[in-house]
Design a protein around this ligand. Structure first.
Ligand SMILES: Nc1nc2c(ncn2[C@@H]2O[C@H](COP(=O)(O)OP(=O)(O)O)[C@@H](O)[C@H]2O)c(=O)[nH]1
Ligand SMILES: [Mg+2]
Length: 198
């Protein structure tokens, strides 16, 4: 088992997915929401996932292997403003087909920018996750950029759609700058990993 998290591979086609079915923590969210920054700061390996101020770069499903022998999976970002309707459709098919492959041993984090209301595409993803009975939670990113009352408001916006989630369980404010939220998310992932092994 590796001591440090490592980049395993970029997958462009579902046929290239790793076959060993290790537990997977999967990150979904619009492009520019902070997925790569989350990976780099959460795993404490600067530069492991490419961050970018130009949205819409990641088109592959990126696999990272964690020291705990689970995968962290970075999904392509959706909702890139210049994406065409056909690209959006292609993306949602890829994501849905990927997420439908199995619903055991998977924890999905849906990342939403704490500055903005959840988009139609975020809400569409949540509907899909609920319908498919997938295990998921929401991360509110970039929370260093907003005042505390905006975070409470963002939590309310999520709960208006997903009342089963709470700030204690299922909604995690996160900052790649202050690392707020890192402990709570690490503990959620640890519980998930233990559950998978039991
Ligand atoms: N202040 C602040 N900026 C962030 C945070 N997370 C991401 N960013 C910035 O947001 C932009 C997009 O982030 P990136 O991680 O590449 O988003 P991705 O497209 O979802 O992978 C970059 O300029 C990051 O530096 C955060 O927690 N705080
Ligand atoms: Mg990225």
């Amino acid at each position: 088992m590796a001591e440090k998290a490592t980049f395993l591979k970029a997958v462009f086609d579902l046929k290239e997915l790793p076959k060993d079915e290790k537990p997977e923590v999967i990150l979904c969210g619009r492009s520019n929401v902070g997925k790569s920054s989350f990976i780099n700061t959460f795993l404490n390996v600067p530069g492991m996932a490419k961050t970018s101020s130009t949205p819409g770069k990641t088109r592959s499903i990126n696999y990272f292997l964690l020291p705990t022998d689970i995968y962290l999976v970075d999904m392509p970002g959706y909702g890139y403003s210049k994406a065409s309707q056909s690209e959006i459709t292609k993306y949602s098919h890829l994501t849905e087909n990927f997420l439908r492959q199995r619903n055991e041993d998977r924890l999905i984090f849906s990342l939403v920018d704490s500055r903005h209301e959840p988009s139609k595409l975020d809400v569409g993803l949540w509907q899909f996750l609920v319908e498919e009975r997938l295990n998921f939670a929401v991360i509110l990113t970039k929370c260093d950029k907003v005042k505390r009352n905006r975070i409470s408001e963002a939590v309310r916006e999520v709960r208006a759609i997903l009342p089963e989630l709470t700030l204690q369980e299922g909604i995690y404010p996160y900052s790649a700058v202050s690392l707020e939220g890192k402990k709570a998310i690490a503990s959620r992932i640890q519980n998930f990993t233990q559950f998978c092994k039991s």
